[in-house]
Design a protein around this ligand. Structure first.
Ligand code: ZN
Ligand code: MN
Length: 503
């Protein structure tokens, strides 16, 4: 039997605001001692009044705009009622019918994955079950931390696209500085709805779901929770596709339920039968007024979006002629992309300070930087578990190292040696090169240099004539040509000396 696979995603991400969503407690669920960042509001004491966090609202609108959404100029909060020990009020303040953003999309491999809605809500506390003990500890530091929930339409057809959606969304959250979106830390949590339907038996409806085409009953969908990594998301979806198709092939029914998933194998297991939204008895939060957003605010936020990762990737490919794979690696994290461009701009300064044309050398130098960054430097970062923002190497020093290799003052083995030293304790690559005697001897080749210069002059006889007749500015022109031809290997002083000596 052949089935259509229908996947929808629900992704929660903690917003990195200073304070919590509805009180002024510090938003710091990871570093503080248990229950330190709490107050009567986030502990749900009767009679307390929540107050919405403006920074969180601006961030969700910014995100909505970046994801091509419509923004609800009038939005409101609602109570989602359910009982659980980590939810002190007995309800979660969330959004029901007027989320901040709706009807957007994110493009994955040329497919527009439609986004149903993006809404703001509060996180719950955290339960800790000490091993071997018969009690549970509750930490409310996380209770009330702002959460952004994104829901996609059920339009994803395979596990890889679902994974790519989550990864791209994570990058965007990080680029916009909305969330650390680290899955291991639980800053980002993905859930997938998976169902299998007989081919051609269904169609999408306006409510963001699917309906039967021929009146036949649709197969139930299963929600997968507790997914801790992108890898296990992909594995769990593939596991579910196989499990459900086997059930359907046997002529049995798939149960509508919530299933957990094992980290290593992606195997899913039943957790509970799913509630419908009616079970949550949503109603408007009476303690918070509806929130209106004007056009001016929206336009100001739109302006803040900046260059998003996929645009940056395309630009890197075009501007620096680097491969899509390396470009992807560079933009996967904004700090890396920014640092790469800082190094390139240092190289530009260096090139121009030598009186050379940047245009002629931009691609070569940027490519070389990209290669050294994503291979040698990444290796060192990985080995030492260091983040690029904690590097001891300044962009200036890395640029200098690249320039030494580019000019062939050092070979790549020496380059690696110097890189390791400046990675560990910083420092100036030229000085280290001299201290360790790593400089290659290019002196013998000054005869070659003279020949190169003579050839360039023979190709530009008129300019050389003008130069000899006193048009001094043409000296720079010739230096530039020689530098480009010799990859800047020779000392400009030496070049000037030779040019001037030629009659
Ligand atoms: Zn509080
Ligand atoms: Mn939610």
């Amino acid at each position: 039997m052949e089935y259509d696979v229908i996947i929808g995603l629900e992704i929660h991400a903690e917003v990195n605001t200073k304070s919590k969503m509805f009180c002024s407690c510090l938003n710091d669920p990871f570093n503080s001692e248990p229950n330190k960042n709490t107050c009567p509001i986030c502990l749900g004491h009767p009679g307390t009044l929540p107050k919405a966090n403006k920074e969180a609202i601006e961030k969700i609108i910014l995100l909505g705009l970046a994801l091509n959404c419509e923004i609800n100029k009038l939005s409101k909060f609602d109570r989602k009622n359910y009982f659980y020990p980590d939810l002190p009020k007995g309800y979660q303040i969330s959004q029901f019918d007027l989320p901040f953003a709706h009807h957007g999309y994110l493009e994955i491999n040329k497919q527009k994955i439609e986004i149903t809605r993006i809404h703001l809500e509060e996180d719950t506390g955290k339960l800790n079950h000490p091993t071997g003990k018969n009690y549970t500890l509750i930490d409310f530091n996380r209770a009330g931390v702002p959460l952004i929930e994104l829901v996609t339409e059920p339009v994803i057809e395979d596990a890889i696209t679902a994974k790519l959606f989550c990864q791209t969304y994570q990058q965007i959250l990080q680029y916009l500085k909305i969330s650390g979106a680290n899955m291991e830390k639980g800053e980002m949590r993905c859930e997938a709805n998976v169902s299998l339907q007989k081919k051609g038996s269904w169609e999408r409806n306006e409510k963001g779901g699917i309906s039967s085409k021929n009146g036949e009953k649709l197969n139930s969908k299963v929600e997968i929770k507790n997914i801790n990594s992108f890898k296990s998301l992909e594995k769990a979806i593939n596991f579910e596709i196989k499990r459900q198709s086997e059930i359907l092939n046997r002529g049995e029914e798939v149960l509508a339920e919530t299933r957990g998933c094992s980290d290593n194998t992606g195997e899913t297991f039943s957790q509970r039968i799913k509630e419908s939204s009616a079970d949550y008895r949503y109603f408007p939060e009476p303690d918070i007024l509806p929130i209106s957003t004007d056009d001016k605010t929206i336009e100001e936020l739109r302006f803040k979006i900046g260059e998003l990762p996929h645009k940056k990737k395309d630009r890197f490919i075009e501007q620096y002629n680097i491969s899509p794979e390396i470009s992807e690696t560079l933009v996967s994290d904004k700090d890396t992309a920014d640092w790469f461009e800082m190094v390139v701009s240092e190289l530009r300064e260096w090139t121009e300070s030598l009186g050379q044309s940047w245009e002629n050398q931009e691609i070569k130098l940027a490519k070389m930087t990209a290669n050294w960054l994503t291979s040698e430097l990444f290796k060192l970062l990985k080995e030492s578990k260091t983040k690029i923002k904690d590097l001891k190497i300044t962009a200036e020093n890395f640029a200098e190292l690249i320039s030494l290799i580019y000019q062939e003052k050092i070979n790549s083995t020496s380059g690696q040696k110097i890189l390791k030293i400046i990675f560990e304790k910083g420092g100036d690559p030229s000085n280290i090169m001299k201290d360790l005697g790593l400089e290659q001897n290019n002196e013998e080749s000054s005869e070659d240099l003279e020949n190169i210069i003579k050839e360039i002059i023979s190709k530009n006889p008129e300019q050389f004539e003008d130069f000899k007749n006193g048009k001094e500015s043409l000296l720079q022109y010739f230096i530039g040509q020689v530098m480009a031809e010799t990859k800047g290997k020779y000392n400009p002083k030496k070049i000037i000396e030779i040019i001037k000596s030629i009659k």
